[in-house]
Write a protein that binds this ligand. Sequence first.
Ligand code: SAH
Length: 463
Amino acid sequence: MIFGAFMNIKKNDLINLNINGMTSEGSGVGRTEDGIVIFVPNAAVGDELSVRIVKTHKKYAFGKIELIIAPSEDRIETDCPYSKQCGGCVYRHISYKSELEIKQNKVRDAITKIGGLENVKINPVIGAESPNNYRNKAQIPVGCSQDGNAILGFYAFHSHRIVDCQSCLLQPPIFTDVMNVVRKYIKETKESIYDETTHKGNLRHLYIRYGEVTGEIMVCLVINSEKIKNEALLVNLLSSEIRGLKSIVLNTNKEQTNVILGSKNHVIFGSETITDELCGLKFKISPLSFYQVNRRQAERLYNIAKKYASLSGEEILLDLYCGTGTIGLTMAHKAKKVIGVELVPQAIDDARKNAELNKINNAQFICGEAKKAAADMKKQGIKPDVVVIDPPRKGCDSELITTVMDMEPNLIVYVSCDPATLARDLKLFTQYKAEECTPVDMFPRTAHVECVVLMSRVYELSI
Ligand code: SAH
């Protein structure tokens, strides 16, 4: 009996465990002989482990690997010195091939179990050519070590403890150079470091963006005020040491929040935007605008979305959650008209500039809440032929889903970064059939996987 048996497991116990599954967050899952589920980070399916229990709940427990008794066949030597402490990568200890299989299962499980959809064609995950150096954006928390020195790095798994990292394999090497310059700046100026618990201190995050094709770099310091000590020194150090530096921005965030960026930017060097290229178009990106972090995989994702949209040149395309307009603009030459909708005003400014920059004149952008903008369009009698939906992780509002169905587009292309909310939403699109899903690995070595789904309208037969 689970309850009785559970009494036998407590914190600090050492147990033997076989790992036979993975959670959607990338932890290994095993069961004790009594059926108690144990979650173990950095484990792999097929591992035989000695596990130390670190936390217990009513029906499950968390453990950490004390010893690998017999390793899984999926295991590889980890190539990162921080992988044991850093929570950034959860699959660095297994082969990339196995990682893609896990992601494939994650998508299939979500669509069949959460979505209850049995007949969706799920294609193999499109893996990255290289699972390293793909990020064009980093948000690096700045903290203080016990001896008072600045530390820059990434949070430990499920925690806000910063692991001091000199470099990161997911990033381009130039980000390491930027981190070093900022370390040097902090050492020389003794600028104060933000403390989450007391809400005192200035430097909160180092935020870097990189235009992979153009080589342009944006460095943004997120601070708990409007100023930094000796701003000129930071500008001098960065401009002399960082090739491609295009922009230095101070972003003010005085809120006691986990949200990294505040709403106010002050440019102290160069311009407020950097430019990158995606699918043959140029895109200007400002600090607060969303831009896909893995450019090479984003191109593959967009090409599938374009294929699914099957545009002939005659259609009205509605691009909901459009960010800087990237999806709609890359399809604009095949549509009569593109309408993009996005909540963040700076992203809409970027989208309009991006249309101009690429000489696209059949695109219109609306700043607003997707569900409200869609409802307004429906009232005005606008009837898109194809709707692209690319919401944040939490997925769509059910009201938006109803409005989109009422607009009766022939096709809906749903781009999602969370298979669970995707599956939940697909189920709500009752007048549409999810035909095909292609997962794309935009975030190698992490547990995340992106999906693009084609839905077509189900026409009722009237007799
Ligand atoms: N399609 C874009 C952006 C996708 S990310 C691309 O591929 O680059 C999701 C976007 O939705 C973000 O830009 C975010 O600002 C925006 N967003 C979040 N909530 C929203 C809402 N309720 N209404 C409209 N846009 C929203």
